[in-house]
Design a binder for this molecule. Structure first.
Ligand code: ARG
Length: 457
């Protein structure tokens, strides 16, 4: 078949070059947005007198039919047609002849592929946002029944202070909320139309870029054809958003992997999300969580891939940009695959209440609250810190907990300590004492939980 761009060529393209330069093997998934973009372009051309109304209708109808064939897997793809744009246009020409040959008026594949990608990324943003909401909901939905559970909070992976376990659940909701805000912000820059920028310079034909932008739901047409026909900032921004989501999922997965160990014993994953060992009959492995952690590497690697891709490119379009899709699609598919599994894991994991409670008094989780108690008695913070440090050392030497120290020992360490100290000792009391906004204590956590329930309803 003759190439759409073949007019000035005499020799045929080497088949190895066709194989090397094709993108149909990975850009076929742009078919639906390519058709959407072409139909808007045709309608705009008709409004501007560059197509007859009947020609526009014929084009739109034929594009629908082609889209249907592609969606049903009935459409043959071939490397000599390079990419999805050429496949659809040549199918259109095969059906409509000269009318089909008019569609590419005032358009280039450069603004076309940029438009397609923006439409694609825009709906990907909406999809990822929905999936993130599902994950947030899963954490919030189990929270009411987990409100009685106190766990150690850690810094440096060392026991630090006790918090309600729901404080952990809502911590992840916060992270995913920031991810959603980032996506929404990224969407505002995605939503600017490249269509009509043509190859790089715009066109001498009387087109209406506002109209095609509006028909596609873009907020405005881009003001510089050189820039927008070659801009891939939005792909980089979006994959950077995905990379951060992947980082959040990975830290969550790592935490739950730890919590599922015998050493921690805080959580049990549902059987349906656990795998066994081919040699060790007792094993229940958190492979899904490990792969959520592992697959984050693929998502993150899209960002350096894309930055490296664009860093040396002069304006405007360069064929290098074709490689943007490989990174984008892999990062998106991987993130979506992870996000789709997370809600069921979150909902199905069972807190091992007895095991958590059995060791909740280990690790001096109440030391900081004791120090704060001393502060309320007028002891300067640094002095209070040192005093409690010494009491902890005393406990170490006696192999006991702070709450088990004789009252006399406490009074020797600091005469300001009164009998009301018992109210802040022990992990339960330590959590009950937490009162600041955003803290891991009951009042603050239930306040936040109520807010989350409202936000997600
Ligand atoms: N397949 C190309 C891509 O993905 C489409 C644009 C080709 N443009 C061109 N002038 N050769 O970037």
């Amino acid at each position: 078949m003759a190439k759409a761009w073949g007019g000035r060529f005499e020799g045929k393209t080497d088949p190895r070059v066709e194989k090397f330069t094709e993108s149909i093997s990975f850009d076929a998934r742009l078919a639906a947005v390519d058709i959407q973009g072409s139909q808007a372009h045709a309608r705009m051309l008709a409004q501007c007198g560059l197509l007859e109304a009947s020609e526009c209708e014929a084009i739109c109808r034929a594009l629908d039919a082609i889209g249907g064939e592609i969606a049903r897997g009935e459409f043959p793809f071939r490397v000599d047609l390079e990419d999805i744009h050429m496949h659809i246009e040549s199918a259109l020409i095969a059906r409509l002849g000269d009318v089909g040959r008019k569609l590419h008026t005032a358009r280039s594949r450069n603004d076309q592929v940029a438009t397609d990608l923006k439409l694609y990324v825009r709906s990907a943003i909406d999809q990822v946002d929905r999936l993130l909401t599902d994950v947030q909901r899963a954490f919030v939905e189990r929270s009411a029944s987990d409100l009685d559970v106190i766990v150690p909070g850690y810094t440096h992976l060392q026991r630090a202070q006790p918090v309600l376990v729901v404080h952990y659940w809502l911590a992840y909701c916060e992270k995913f909320a920031r991810d959603r805000l980032r996506l929404a912000d990224c969407r505002t820059r995605v939503n600017i139309s490249p269509l009509g920028a043509a190859a790089l310079a715009g066109t001498s034909l009387p087109i209406d870029r506002d109209l095609s932008a509006k028909l596609l739901g873009f907020s405005a047409p881009a003001g510089n054809s050189l820039d927008v026909s070659s801009d891939r900032d939005f792909v980089i921004e979006f994959t950077a958003c995905l990379a951060l989501i992947a980082a959040h999922l990975s830290t969550w997965a790592e935490e739950w992997i730890l919590w599922c160990t015998t050493e921690f014993g805080y959580l049990k994953l549902p059987d349906s999300y656990t795998t066994g060992s081919s040699i060790m009959p007792q094993k229940r492995n958190p492979d899904v969580l490990e792969l959520v952690r592992g697959k984050s590497a693929r998502v993150m690697s899209a960002v350096p891939h894309l930055l490296t891709l664009v860093k040396g490119l002069p304006l405007a379009y360069n064929r290098d940009l074709q490689e943007d899709k490989v990174a984008l699609f892999d990062a998106l598919d991987t993130t979506v695959a992870c996000l789709e599994l997370v809600p069921a894991i979150v909902a199905g994991a069972v807190l091992q209440r007895d095991r958590i409670a059995a060791r909740l008094e280990e690790g001096f989780l109440d030391a900081t609250t004791l120090m704060e108690y001393l502060i309320t008695k007028g002891v300067p913070m640094r002095t209070a810190h040192e005093t409690v440090g010494k009491l902890v050392a005393l406990c170490d030497s006696k192999a006991c907990r702070l709450v088990e120290l004789p009252f006399a020992d406490l009074q020797i360490a600091c005469p300001a300590i009164g009998s009301d100290v018992s109210q802040v000792l022990g992990s339960r009391n330590a959590v009950a004492a937490l009162r600041s906004f955003g803290s891991g204590g009951r009042a603050a956590v239930t306040e936040q939980l109520t807010l989350w329930e409202k936000r997600l309803s």
